[in-house]
Design a protein around this ligand. Structure first.
Ligand code: GLU
Ligand code: ZN
Length: 494
């Protein structure tokens, strides 16, 4: 029997780290077993489902390079793969369960159910949820209600005795007493649309799904799903509930920890291969040591046995570290092409980039490659090459523990030297600047920092002389001169 797995998101928000990890594990598992990876959209919640979420799902999977063998857009034998296009089918299966005595129509009004809930809360009753009022309506009552066109939902007849178990590859046997399962959950809503439970079970069965890998938060639904498989007389797939993705504080990863939407990571300039690599390592490991895997390697090496049982911790810094490493692996041409959109967005270049602009940009790759943690870092790092710098506060020139006066003198001296020796070998220039620092009794940085700020407008920049060369000596000297004036003006005011 060949492996068939699915990623079945509900399109009610942007794809996030946890969801994408589920998608990746399913995808890798399918590839490692020469099986099929199916994408199914579970849009049974009509109010919360949006087209934007569906588009974001496609964009995210495409960006990561996860291609689905069957699903929306690509089609397949078991389609349609969007649940809202399958409503008729669920209603038919619900009817079948009614006919078999496994489910029943409930005509209770929302008012009755509200009153029931209030009563349960008020009396702190042990009975929670639906009171099974319609479970034993007589044939006549049912016929009467139907003749009156009374709206109804379809509920599953959950056995009141016994227990239900299922096997989970990671967690072992999970057992729940039937009396603790949600009393008679709704399968079909009064508008004829299915609930998640009904649609999910029917589709997994009809689509021939062999393994269900999904977030651990679905474990509580497990027994109910098993009862549904039993009601239909179907064999359930194998389950493998995935440990949660947590923030560093041990809480479920959420917006409180930072961005969790993959789209945000993409926009900031994380590379898909870095995100894929790191996210997959949150909860899976090959051998405790190895940290780097390409998509192809995951597709070959992934196995369920190596999924960690403990929750995974998502560490933003670690992702950044992976990203920096993947960035540095890029050839200059590749990197420049990836960075270009950020330059355009910042307005450093127009939408049409001239040959001269692009060869200049290519030439500065060695200056910035080591310093990029995310692609968007290119904006602050190269701003000084494309825009005039504007140092707003004169204190920016001043290194810690150094006076404004000393800084003014240092920069003025540096200016004279650099002006006299512009374009000469870096070693000679550096030597002379170090000499100045000694004479003035300053740290080396006490001379270099104000130059850096004058030239680049920032205390962090690519290497100083490379920056000056990229900018051009003439402009650089002009900026240093402006810096000197600004500092001296401030000294005079004091
Ligand atoms: N639609 C469910 C979700 O959004 C899928 C759960 C499952 O994989 O069974 O997470
Ligand atoms: Zn009822």
């Amino acid at each position: 029997m060949s492996v068939r797995v699915r990623y079945a998101p509900s399109p009610t928000g942007l794809q996030h780290i946890g969801g994408v990890r589920t998608a990746l594990f399913n995808y890798f598992f399918a590839r490692a077993n020469k099986g099929s990876f199916i994408l199914r959209i579970e849009d049974t919640d009509r109010e919360r489902s949006t087209n934007e979420s569906i588009q974001d799902l496609y964009d995210t999977l495409n960006w990561l390079g996860i291609e689905w063998d069957e699903g929306p857009v690509v089609g397949g034998e078991y389609g349609p793969y969007i649940q809202s296009e399958r409503s008729r089918l669920y209603a038919q299966y619900a009817d079948q369960l009614i006919a078999d005595g496994k489910a029943y129509r409930c005509f209770c009004t929302p008012e009755r159910l509200d009153a029931l809930r209030e009563e349960q809360e008020k009396t702190k009753s042990k009975e929670k949820g639906y009171d099974r009022h319609c479970r034993n309506l007589s044939e006549e009552e049912i016929a009467h209600n139907l003749a009156q066109n009374m709206p109804y939902v379809v509920r599953l007849k959950v056995p009141t005795e016994g227990k239900t178990s299922f096997e989970d590859v990671l967690m072992g046997t999970i057992t729940r007493k039937n009396k603790d399962v949600n009393p008679d959950p709704v399968l079909l809503k009064s508008d004829g649309f299915p609930t998640y439970h009904l649609a999910n079970v029917i589709d997994d069965h009809l689509m021939g799904i062999t393994h269900i890998m999904r977030a651990q938060e679905w474990i509580p639904s497990g027994p109910l799903h098993i009862l549904l498989y039993e009601a239909f007389g179907w064999t359930p797939p194998l389950y493998c509930h995935l440990p949660m993705v947590m923030g560093k504080d041990g809480q479920k990863l959420s917006k409180r920890h930072g961005s969790t939407a993959v789209r945000d990571f993409r926009e900031k300039g994380y590379l898909p291969e870095a995100l894929m690599n790191y996210v997959s390592m949150v909860g899976w490991s090959y051998d405790d040591k190895r940290e780097f895997f390409s998509k192809e390697e995951f597709c070959e090496l992934f196995s369920l046995e190596k999924i960690n049982k403990a929750p995974g911790i998502f560490d933003y810094k670690k992702l950044e570290w992976y990203n920096g490493i993947y960035i540095r692996e890029k050839r200059d041409e590749e990197l420049a092409a990836l960075l270009l959109p950020y330059l355009k967005e910042a307005g450093f270049v127009g939408s049409q980039v001239s040959e001269q602009e692009s060869s200049f940009f290519l030439s500065i790759m060695p200056l910035i490659k080591e310093r990029l943690k995310v692609l968007s870092d290119v904006i602050p790092l190269t701003r000084f090459l494309y825009q005039e710098v504007a140092v707003e506060d004169v204190q920016e020139f001043v290194p810690k523990k150094q006076s404004l006066g000393d800084t003014a003198v240092a920069l003025a001296r540096a200016y004279e030297i650099l002006k006299a020796h512009a374009g000469e070998a870096v070693e000679i220039l550096e030597e002379q600047l170090v000499e100045v620092s000694k004479e003035l009794g300053l740290k080396v940085n006490g001379v270099f920092m104000p130059i850096r700020v004058a030239v680049t407008g920032s205390q962090v920049s690519p290497p100083l002389f490379d920056s000056i060369r990229a900018l051009g000596w003439e402009k650089a000297l002009q900026r240093i001169e402006d810096g000197v004036k600004m500092l001296e003006g401030e000294v005079d005011d004091e």
